[in-house]
Design a protein around this ligand. Structure first.
Ligand SMILES: Cc1ncc(COP(=O)(O)O)c(C=O)c1O
Length: 419
């Protein structure tokens, strides 16, 4: 049967997430997913199991320690399979921001004074600040600026900026404000034709479908696992041949233990072990929706990605139809989702109201969201939006339903924000 005939069973999905049954959280219609997502029971089970049965230093030979180590290794193995990478191409660190800083400290040794790095003003600061700091070592930072009307990054502008000195391009796969999905594969090809390395920030992309890093061909890719239904950790992918060239950022005696060389201190053990629970959740999602044919984890994820994209397009467009019909709402970004051109991460402002006032009024209607610059302050500045008040952001993932969106729209009416 064609994949078009399948649709996401949101009742099944929501049953996997205890927050939807919890007395405190279940009263909220949850739209702060781009900040951090709920976790499925499988993740909680893994965390509990680790804390109860195997909360010891891992990798010793007594069984509880051995099992602790095995569960941690499985977390890395399963995630590498999900994004089509090798296990030694993955680092799990405490956050994307931390991973970026460690990586930038290492990468600077590959560059020399006068070399150029391109950053954007569409990105979250995590994929800007770490690179901008390399100015202190004589690197020249150039900014690929968004179009101030559309908020989009235009590839033609990038082409004009590349030259023989450009060594690195740091660009987001999907902005946490604008929501549109940048053609990272095409951008990477253009950069590589210029011998420029690419680091893609996938933090706002991955919650809507895990990337295939080999297909994108990026040199580095990052995302935050607490936004992809897991614990507060960050994943960094890097091509093995480049990781091998980077100087050790860890203890001296750990030299050569790539990729541990780029992971000083390592991740939190119990959280690493519960990554297995994310993979199990996606396995369950797969077997609930599709027949059990023998596909690799990454092929299964591709099918799930498709299912999720279709569902998110449906629920996202319901909200966009409402926004498009209301003249007082200024939406940032594309106003229709089609073929995964944008994530259902909607930032907006309302004429005559501060974003703080708007978010407070919606919160009173049990809509969980917030106003902020979401650390993409350069993007807001370029769009001429007050970076302290910021935008209101309503962000959805696959466990949101049409019903949630109807409640969100109703909250606008009930609160009389638009009057
Ligand atoms: C697009 C984007 N990049 C990077 C980050 C930083 O991630 P972390 O909190 O894991 O450092 C965020 C966090 O919100 C983000 O939205």
């Amino acid at each position: 049967m064609s994949i078009e005939n399948f649709s996401l069973d949101t009742d099944f999905v929501r049953k996997q997430f205890p927050s939807f049954q919890d007395s405190l959280s279940s009263k909220w219609s949850f739209f702060e997913n781009a900040g951090g997502s709920y976790v499925p029971q499988t993740v909680i089970n893994k965390l509990n199991r680790f804390m109860i049965s195997t909360k010891v230093q891992p990798y010793a030979s007594f069984d509880i320690s051995r099992i602790a180590g095995e569960e941690m290794d499985k977390g890395i193995k399963f995630f590498s399979e999900m994004i089509n990478a090798r296990q030694d191409e993955i680092i799990i660190g405490s956050s994307t921001t931390m991973n970026m800083y460690v990586l930038s400290n290492a990468l600077r040794y590959l560059f020399k004074k006068g070399d150029e790095i391109i950053v954007t003003n569409q990105d979250h600061e995590a994929n800007i600040g770490a690179w901008r700091k390399l100015q202190e070592f004589g690197l020249i930072i150039k900014e690929w600026k968004i179009n101030i009307h559309s908020g989009e990054l235009q590839i033609d502008e990038l082409k004009k900026m590349l030259n023989e000195k450009t060594k690195l391009l740091a660009v987001t796969h999907c902005s946490n404000i604008i929501g549109s999905i940048n053609d990272l594969k095409k951008i990477t090809k253009i950069a590589h034709d210029n011998n420029t390395l690419v680091i893609g920030d996938g933090v706002s992309y991955a919650p809507h479908g895990f990337p295939d890093v080999k297909e994108l061909d990026v040199d580095f890719y990052t995302f935050s696992l607490y936004k992809t239904f897991g614990p507060h950790l960050g994943l960094l992918y890097g091509k093995k041949e480049i990781f091998d060239k980077l100087p050790n950022q860890n203890h001296e005696f750990l030299n050569n233990q790539v990729p541990y060389t780029l992971n000083p201190g390592g991740p939190n053990h119990e959280e690493l072990a519960c990554l297995v629970g994310i993979a199990e959740y996606f396995d369950d999602l797969y077997s609930h929706h599709f027949e059990k044919i023998n596909l690799s984890r990454y092929e299964r994820i591709k099918k799930i990605n498709h299912l999720i994209a279709k569902h998110e397009e449906n629920i996202g467009n319901l909200f966009l139809d409402f926004i498009n019909s209301e003249k007082k709402i200024r939406l940032i970004g594309i106003n229709k989702i089609k073929d995964k051109n944008r994530a259902p991460t909607f930032s907006f402002t309302i004429e005559g109201k501060s974003s703080k006032e708007t978010s407070e009024m919606l919160i009173k209607e049990n809509i969980a969201l917030r106003n902020d610059n979401f650390y993409a302050w350069r993007c807001l500045k370029a769009l001429d939006i007050d970076i302290n008040d910021g935008v209101v952001r309503a962000s959805m993932v696959h466990y949101n339903t049409l019903n949630d969106v109807k409640k969100l729209i109703k909250a606008f009416e009930n609160s009389k924000i638009l009057i």
